[in-house]
Design a protein around this ligand. Structure first.
Ligand SMILES: Nc1ncnc2c1ncn2[C@@H]1O[C@H](COP(=O)(O)OP(=O)(O)O)[C@@H](O)[C@H]1O
Ligand SMILES: N[C@@H](CC(=O)OP(=O)(O)O)C(=O)O
Length: 559
């Protein structure tokens, strides 16, 4: 805490040059982020956290090229241009899994004193999963919901956390009582509708945000809790997987800005939740939906940056659960990240890149367990001149359909009929490959909570399509998506097929999307992990791997 000693001794207002500030004695201070001083903005503020937000401030005035340390009262003139909500920081379940983790996150937020962040939180640890299981048990056969282990787990976790943080438990007793009443209702009906399930899981985020906001206030950092469904997050009524409607952006921005301007306090917002536009009931945005809450707030408020804090060092070259040696990817474009998320990388919610791309707001994926790691920066464009393969993504348990026309219809009529069948049944498709008389495609399971298509739906699809075609339904397939510079597809594919042939794997379908960042291969589930590891090793681990490709391609430009 050398910074504290040094700056506390300064009588305000006090001026010193930027050069002095950059000198070792000051810049080594951990708590002040002097990198910002190189930015070309007119004025910027570095607040000094140990006196609370709004205590001493360090103000850099780029026009004068010097730095002014002021007391709160004296800095009022500059306040309007600089003291606005600046970024959004989203913390996932693992980042707020316990009292200790919450304390670390509070520290982390305070270590960015120059920011006035909007905080988005997920439910603590595995709370969402536990609540779903509790609901399923209540709907099945229990006579007394208080016997459900998962309910006891959730209660105990939240009460213990509050105890360890020194907070009054009464803050969430109302929620716990409502949760028990809801489970009793589900037990009486012996049914958990999607609507009831969304209400049930919402307790996770409602409680984590209340606890964290109370903790920040307790340690002297003024904060205010918000339930997303009460501040303008308006969604479709597709329970368990709702879409955010346009009206959300201005509504949320108005609410958060006006509260901030009237009485500044760090907003702590529930991730994952919304309010159905017709039903007015609580909806959820699909698993991992807090990422989407964060990017929606980022776009709505026009913030400088969106940070999503996870338990890994950023977006990695593949799923670390498949291959622990996966490496962080330093830069991605919105297109690459969207494709990666859509094709199954758990690290980002499939829809989360849309608002960030529309608002052109950089997204930084960081590790809350290792804040010094640089993470991944996702922006509109990046230097692709040396990019070949960025990341390998695996989506398991996919259903594939081979549909061969019986030639009852012409080519256009055939394709139109196939796609209108999927539209009518509300099923979207992931990967498609066509010839004149046949089409192979995979079905998108993400619209269902369980991420597995139910048999009934599949039977309906096959029955409808068999009116015009011979249909072969193939289950237990995997999509391996190669995200990268598809301008170099020949080089990528040459290597891919060499690796797969060496490993004796047969590719059942291949597709290169119009997005120019993704090549998809379909293989059997049983071979998919082996394939990902072999591809990872070929593309990312041998020194020769990348050099090989670049040299092979002359100047490295395959176009
Ligand atoms: N390509 C990938 N890069 C990084 N993490 C990945 C990737 N694929 C899968 N994961 C998994 O995603 C997890 C992080 O996502 P998630 O659990 O949703 O985070 P949070 O709950 O903190 O928002 C990691 O712990 C990792 O196991
Ligand atoms: N709690 C929700 C929403 C979410 O975004 O969670 P996480 O950030 O921990 O993936 C879920 O588990 O799906």
């Amino acid at each position: 805490m050398a910074a504290a000693t040094h700056l506390c001794g300064i009588k305000t207002p006090y001026c010193f040059s930027k050069k002095a500030l950059h000198s070792q004695s000051l810049c080594s201070q951990k708590r002040l982020n002097f990198d910002l001083l190189t930015e070309s903005c007119e004025t910027l503020r570095v607040s000094y956290p140990s006196k609370g937000r709004g205590g001493l401030r360090v103000v850099c005035d780029a026009r004068k090229n010097d730095v002014l340390v002021q007391s709160e009262a004296k800095s009022q003139g500059l306040e309007e241009s600089i003291n606005q909500l600046s970024c959004v920081m989203k913390f996932g379940g693992s980042s707020v899994a316990s009292a200790d983790r919450m304390k670390e996150i509070a520290e982390l937020i305070l270590s960015f004193p120059e920011e006035n962040p909007v905080i988005v939180l997920s439910a603590m640890g595995k709370t969402t999963n536990k609540l779903i299981v509790a609901g399923e048990k209540a709907a099945s056969c229990v006579s007394d919901v208080s016997e459900i282990n998962e309910l006891s787990f959730v209660k105990e976790l939240h009460y213990r956390t509050m105890d360890e943080l020194g907070l009054d438990k009464s803050l969430i007793t109302d929620h716990i009582e409502k949760l028990e009443r809801l489970l009793n209702g589900i037990a009486v009906l012996k049914d958990m509708t999607p609507r009831a399930r969304d209400y049930l899981v919402s307790f996770g985020e409602c409680m984590s945000t209340r606890i964290f906001a109370a903790y920040l206030n307790k340690i002297g950092v003024k904060s205010r809790q918000y339930d997303a469904f009460d501040i303008g997050f308006i969604t479709t009524d597709d329970f368990t997987n709702a879409d955010i409607l346009e009206a959300t952006y201005p509504a949320v921005a108005n609410k958060l800005h006006s509260d901030w301007n009237n009485d500044p306090a760090i907003p702590i917002v529930t991730g994952f939740l919304g309010k159905g536009c017709r039903t007015c009931a609580i909806t959820t945005l699909g698993r991992g939906g807090s990422d989407l809450t964060a990017t929606t707030i980022g776009k709505g408020l026009g913030l400088r940056e969106i940070q999503v804090w996870k338990d890994v060092d950023g977006v990695l070259t593949c799923d670390p659960n498949i291959y622990p040696g996966a490496e962080p990817v330093p830069y991605l474009t919105f297109d690459e990240a969207a494709e990666l998320a859509y094709f199954g990388a758990q690290v980002l919610h499939p829809q989360s890149m849309r608002p960030a791309r529309e608002g052109d707001i950089p997204v930084r994926v960081k590790n809350s367990y290792n804040p010094n790691a640089p993470g991944t920066l996702i922006t509109k464009s990046r230097d692709m001149s040396k990019a070949i393969l960025t990341s390998i993504v695996l989506k398991r348990n996919v259903t594939m359909l081979d549909i061969v026309s019986t030639r009852m219809l012409g080519q256009f009529g055939f394709l139109a009929k196939v796609f209108s069948t999927f539209e009518d049944l509300g099923i979207s498709v992931d990967v498609v490959a066509t010839s004149e008389v046949s089409i192979s495609l995979t079905l998108d399971p993400s619209k269902l909570w369980s991420r597995e298509l139910i048999q009934q739906e599949l039977d309906n699809v096959v029955e409808e399509l068999e009116k015009i075609a011979k249909v072969n339904l193939l289950q237990h397939r995997s999509i391996i998506s190669l995200i990268g510079n598809v301008q170099r597809s020949s080089l990528i594919l040459e290597k891919v097929f060499h690796v797969l042939r060496t490993n004796g794997v047969n590719v059942q379908m291949i597709s290169q999307g119009a997005s120019k960042v993704n090549i998809s291969l379909i293989v059997n589930d049983s071979e998919s992990e082996k394939c990902v590891r072999a591809l990872h090793s070929a593309f990312f681990e041998t020194d020769l791997a990348v050099a090989d490709l670049v040299n092979h391609n002359g100047n490295g430009n395959g176009t």
